[in-house]
Design a binder for this molecule. Structure first.
Ligand code: NAD
Ligand code: TYD
Length: 361
């Protein structure tokens, strides 16, 4: 491994990170050091297909651990850091925000600080080539009304949940490391992802599994909240584009041009599950839809204007929402063992904590 080849990925055993690592090994093929704490959301089974691949090294560790990060950087001399590691679930950030501040704010700060120390030791040419890519979310921009223009890179930050606030804080730190020390940092702000390996606490996999198992489908509030959905593989290709061709110090919004109301997403999932796993005795899955108590401070609408990344880097999504959702339902149907594996005791505790009161309404 030398400076030109290796990249350090953080959070590469989670949903987007593992998709990114698998895509990277397949399409780029250079070595990846994958640092992940393996929290409830991190799952080495996502990386089974590269388990014996010499180009992939999974290291269990914490982005808050300065010594570990420093030694990984000195040993592997990566040409880039792609930073996914985070606490990522809004509902959890409402129930217990502490971990979000620790990992998303303190952890990102620590990673930036260690990256700065490492970067300072590089030769001029390598310093120029080095990249720190910070993966963030559209939730930092707050919420939109029905007729508002979509978020662009200059939209003021207005985070509304502890999750969004912690990501906003980390974005500001990433920006400051570029502005102050000219570190080659880029930030991407992406809309809601879906696809294989997503932990079933998030809307789409939760609804697929509950529909399959004949359980209630808990739609928050009136179901009219709108999200922009992007197939995870498209997000990964956008990150690669930003890494290879993005201008340092810039931020790039990434989106799927697929705004959908939650109730429409859930209804479509019901129809797909009916089609792919018919249960005529139980009747159509739409009957399982249950409107439950809303999320406090629930953002009404997210929408992304992705014209900057399209114009500058030539990126646009390849997957349409309907075909991507179909593929995703198929994936969960075909990977029941994966699902059983991730739905451990801790998962069941969370389901009880988040939904018991809501469903009792
Ligand atoms: P995820 O929760 O599925 O995975 C997060 C990963 O980070 C897990 O593997 C976990 O073990 C690891 N991790 C957590 N704390 C850590 C720590 N202290 N040290 C090392 N590793 C740690 O999240 P995701 O959905 O894959 O999101 C990845 C990134 O993309 C996050 O930064 C998130 O904010 C951002 N993002 C997500 C979405 C989305 O729709 N999921 C959209 C836009 C941006
Ligand atoms: P989620 O997947 O948690 O992503 P985010 O909150 O980051 O957008 O939720 C997507 C949308 O679905 C959001 O508007 C909240 C809603 N939702 C439900 O209606 N029911 C649920 O059980 C969950 C988890 C989410």
């Amino acid at each position: 491994m030398n400076l030109r080849d290796t990249i350090l990925v953080t959070g590469g055993a989670g949903f987007i990170g593992s998709n990114f690592v698998l895509q990277w090994i397949e399409r780029v093929g250079t070595p990846v050091v994958n640092l992940d704490l393996l929290t409830y959301a991190g799952n080495p089974a996502n990386l089974d297909s590269v388990k014996d691949d010499a180009r992939h090294l999974l290291v269990r560790g914490d982005i808050c651990d300065a010594e570990l990060i420093g030694s990984l950087l000195r040993e592997h001399r990566p040409r880039a850091i792609v930073h996914f590691a985070a606490e990522s679930h809004v509902d959890r950030s409402i129930v217990a925000p502490d971990a979000f501040i620790r990992t998303n704010v303190q952890g990102t700060f620590n990673l930036l600080e260690q990256a700065k120390l490492y970067w300072a030791t590089l030769e001029e040419r390598d310093k120029k080539a080095f990249r720190f890519l910070h993966v963030s979310t559209d939730e930092v921009y707050g919420t939109l009304g029905a007729g508002d223009p979509a978020f662009c890179e200059t939209t003021p930050y207005a985070p509304n949940s502890p999750y969004a606030a912690s990501k906003a804080a980390s974005d500001h730190l990433a920006r400051a490391y570029h502005h102050t020390w000219r570190m080659p940092v880029l930030t991407t702000n992406c809309s809601n992802n879906y696809g294989p390996f997503q932990f079933p606490e998030k809307l789409i996999p939760l609804m697929i599994l509950n529909a399959l198992e004949g359980k209630p489908l808990p739609v928050y509030g009136d179901g009219g909240n709108v999200r922009d959905w992007l197939f995870v593989e498209d997000h990964c290709s956008a990150i690669r584009a930003a890494l290879e061709r993005g201008r340092v110090g810039e931020t790039y919004n990434i989106g799927g041009n697929s705004e959908r109301k939650n109730i429409d997403v859930v209804s479509t999932i019901c129809d797909l599950v009916d089609e792919m796993s018919p249960d005529s005795a139980a009747g159509p899955r739409r009957r399982l839809i249950s409107f439950v108590q809303d999320r406090p401070g629930h953002d009404r609408r997210y929408a992304i204007n992705a014209s900057k990344i399209a114009d500058e880097l030539g990126w646009s999504p390849l997957e349409r929402f309907e075909s991507g959702l179909r593929k995703t339902v198929r994936w969960y149907l075909d990977h029941r063992a994966w699902t059983e594996n991730v739905r451990s005791g801790a998962y069941l505790d969370w389901m009880e904590r988040n939904y018991a009161e809501r469903l009792a309404l």
